[in-house]
Design a protein around this ligand. Structure first.
Ligand SMILES: Cc1ncc(COP(=O)(O)O)c(C=O)c1O
Length: 399
């Protein structure tokens, strides 16, 4: 069974049926999937061993919106490792540190989770052609899952996107449009053409299912920690699907009675060259203005404006969290430390989390008692431009 009942707007709570293709609420804001959690609490056993026979993130399919008789479009996403890093924890000065390593997903990034859910639902609800703007990894994931589903994919990417992201899209047979601009320019071009082309838009939080895939991050973290929650989660934030999805997962699990720990304090990490959420959080604003002139080697963080800005900022405030910007130099250097210390192939976004953790510990915002999860959201192998740029940069300036 799936316990999903309907969709509801994140902003105005207007309800929609769950059995048709839809993007945003009539008010222009994102929709979320609602569940009958009372029924789920009665009927689901969080430790049900049968669940582990399902592949990867689909072991939580009762809490995903896909009907039982629908086969998920899956390439084996989720169920990623979360090794402890005791030596790094000791050096930084926290009681426990885990690294959720999303680099081992299909297409080498955590975008696989969201696209597995979104493509499954789009196919189930009758879409034939899917389109997305992408700063990099989402495009590759859409291309792969559309290929697996036998659907057409069209990806709009900035012209200077990492080469690996463009190549993977092409390899999976997606049509790629390179745009002179950033991801929101890509989104604008897509929006202009989608009606005439018959594309279903699977942009971040412009359809309700990518966050459902991402929310499995939260379920996996809790399950891996024996249904305990960490006290802090440090997450590299662009469009915000992971942050919003995990907060939703923890809320659901608390309602289900699967966890009793308080909501972890969320830390949103952004690049110093593109930090709209950090700027808004620091100013105490409920929404974030567009960041002009966005620039960073962390392609996934080059998101100057996000439709879920108000949801992310509320998650940060409600969880007593914070938001931190990290320079490119620091994140690349930290990615090297993370890789060399753990054997995990860290991306700049993963390095940004480690650098943010160090800074927050130094400032005392994170304490010795904290139990911290940081994210490596993609494989460093997709970022050859970032490592080459670092080799060319003069050493010492930021050390
Ligand atoms: C490697 C990587 N990390 C983090 C992000 C940001 O993800 P989110 O949209 O969940 O904020 C992205 C998004 O493109 C990404 O590719």
């Amino acid at each position: 069974m799936s316990c999903a009942t309907h969709l509801a707007c994140f902003a105005c709570a207007k309800r929609y049926p769950i059995d048709r293709l839809i993007n945003l609420c009539a008010c222009g804001k994102p929709l979320r999937v609602e569940y009958d959690l009372a029924r789920a609490a009665r009927e689901l056993d969080r430790d049900d061993p049968a669940r582990y026979r399902s592949l990867g993130m689909w072991r939580f399919r009762d809490l995903l919106p896909v009907p039982r008789d629908t086969q998920p479009v899956s390439l084996g996403e989720g169920n990623t490792p979360m090794p402890a890093a005791p030596e790094l924890a000791r050096q930084i000065g926290v009681s426990r540190l885990w690294i959720k390593d999303e680099s081992v997903n299909p297409t080498g990034s955590f975008k696989a989770r969201g696209m597995s859910a979104a493509v499954t639902m789009a196919k189930h609800l009758g879409a034939g052609k899917l389109a997305t703007p992408s700063a990099g990894n989402a495009g590759g994931a859409l291309a792969a899952y559309a290929a697996a589903a036998g659907l057409a994919a069209h990806v709009f990417m900035p012209r200077d996107v990492p080469a690996a992201n463009r190549l993977e899209c092409e390899l999976f047979g997606a049509r790629v449009t390179l745009v002179d601009g950033l991801i929101d320019d890509c989104a604008r071009l897509l929006a202009e053409r989608k009606a005439a082309e018959g594309w279903f838009d699977v942009s971040t939080l412009k359809e309700p299912y990518r966050i459902e895939g991402k929310k499995t991050l939260g379920y996996e973290i809790a399950a891996d920690l024996g249904w305990r929650l960490p006290s802090v989660i440090v997450y590299p934030t662009g469009g915000g699907t992971g942050l919003v999805g995990m907060a939703k997962a923890f809320e659901e699990m608390r309602t289900l009675g699967w966890v009793t720990d308080p909501m972890p304090r969320f830390v949103s990490v952004q690049a110093a060259g593109c930090a709209p959420i950090v700027r808004a959080f620091e100013a105490g604003l409920p929404e974030a203005a567009r960041w002009e002139g966005a620039e960073t080697v962390a392609a996934g963080l080059r998101v100057p404006a996000a439709i879920a800005d108000f949801i992310m900022l509320k998650v940060l405030v409600d969880s007593h969290g914070t938001a931190v910007a990290v320079s490119d130099e620091d994140m690349v250097q930290a990615a090297r430390v993370l890789s060399a210390a753990t054997g995990i192939c860290a991306c700049p976004e993963g390095g940004a989390c480690l650098a943010a953790l160090r800074g927050l510990r130094w400032r005392g915002w994170i304490t010795q008692d904290d139990r911290v999860v940081i994210f490596n959201t993609a494989s460093g192998l997709k970022y050859s431009e970032a490592w080459q740029a670092e080799r060319r940069a003069p050493r010492g300036a930021n050390q």
